[in-house]
Design a binder for this molecule. Structure first.
Ligand SMILES: Nc1ncnc2c1ncn2[C@@H]1O[C@H](COP(=O)(O)OP(=O)(O)O)[C@@H](O)[C@H]1O
Ligand SMILES: [Mg+2]
Length: 261
């Protein structure tokens, strides 16, 4: 299947996507297309609906209306595990790791989205399963190396410094072998140096052929790595374009400076 020509240049297409919570329209008829191989950023003030949009794409929330097309397939309303298996991985705004598992095991769990043998059936393993486990361990170590925290492999996730936990989350997401990686504020709480390193990491991820869909508040990070940006305000798309255009857009400036506040 992967040898076939892709049906479309767009890896993700959202059409009129809406999510309502009672009286609140958190995402309001948003349409956007993300091309294969680009870094696409979603920005907007707090509460704009960015994370909700990610949740609709990854199956954590059912959209109220609208369509989500991934890699030429309609995945609207699919469950998170189905979405993961199809090739979308994500990190969370609030880090979600298995605190009392080692960094290595956190990444191994990511691999199990794709493996036949269950990680937890460890007592009476068949040789084939044991071999599979060895391969997973090897690949997981490679990913820890890739994100730059291999020396922490055997430490509990909770004992890693904050910046390394963020990297570990990215490694775990990559372990599912995604085509599209969603990062929800990956640089939040980072030092300037950590932000530079994060941008380098995103470029390395891109070089692996993975498309990156990014929510980020830090404008330097957004402007530094994104080809295109969509701006949400009160659930609505208010601007779209390359960084240089978007930063000059009157509605964007107003949304950020809080004209109505
Ligand atoms: N599960 C939920 N139930 C009710 N309201 C929610 C839920 N998730 C998000 N919201 C609301 O939707 C709006 C958008 O939130 P969110 O998507 O987290 O914004 P952002 O990520 O842009 O800061 C907020 O007003 C938030 O309170
Ligand atoms: Mg958010």
């Amino acid at each position: 299947m992967s040898d076939q020509q892709p049906a479309t240049d767009n890896i993700l297409e959202l059409t009129d996507l809406s999510k309502r919570f009672g009286g609140l329209l958190a995402v309001d008829s948003v349409g956007l297309n993300i091309k294969r191989g680009e870094v696409f950023a979603l920005i907007g003030p707090n509460g704009a609906g960015k994370t909700t949009l990610f949740n609709c794409v990854t199956g954590l929330y059912q959209p109220t209306s609208g369509k989500v097309m991934f890699d030429g397939k309609d995945i609207t309303g699919s469950k998170p595990h189905q979405v993961a298996r199809l090739g979308i991985a994500r990190t969370f705004q609030n880090i979600r790791l298995f605190d009392y598992m080692s960094a290595l095991d956190n990444v191994r769990v990511g691999h199990h989205v794709r493996m036949k043998a269950k990680m937890w059936d460890s007592l009476f393993k068949l040789p084939r399963e044991r071999k599979e486990e060895a391969v997973i361990t090897e690949k997981s170590m490679d990913l820890l190396r890739f994100v730059g925290i291999a020396r922490q492999a055997n430490k509990y996730a909770r004992n890693l410094p904050y910046g390394q936990q963020r990297r570990l989350e990215i490694a775990r997401a990559l372990a599912t072998q995604p085509k599209l990686l969603l990062l929800d504020e990956p640089a939040a709480g980072f030092t300037p140096q950590e932000k530079v390193e994060l941008m380098q990491l995103v470029k390395k991820i891109l070089a692996r052929g993975i498309t990156v869909f990014l929510i980020e508040h830090d404008m330097k990070v957004v402007m530094g790595i994104s080809e295109r940006i969509v701006v949400l305000d009160h659930g609505e798309k208010i601007a779209e374009g390359p960084p240089d255009e978007v930063r000059k857009d009157r509605r964007v400036i107003e949304a950020y400076l809080g004209k109505s506040a």
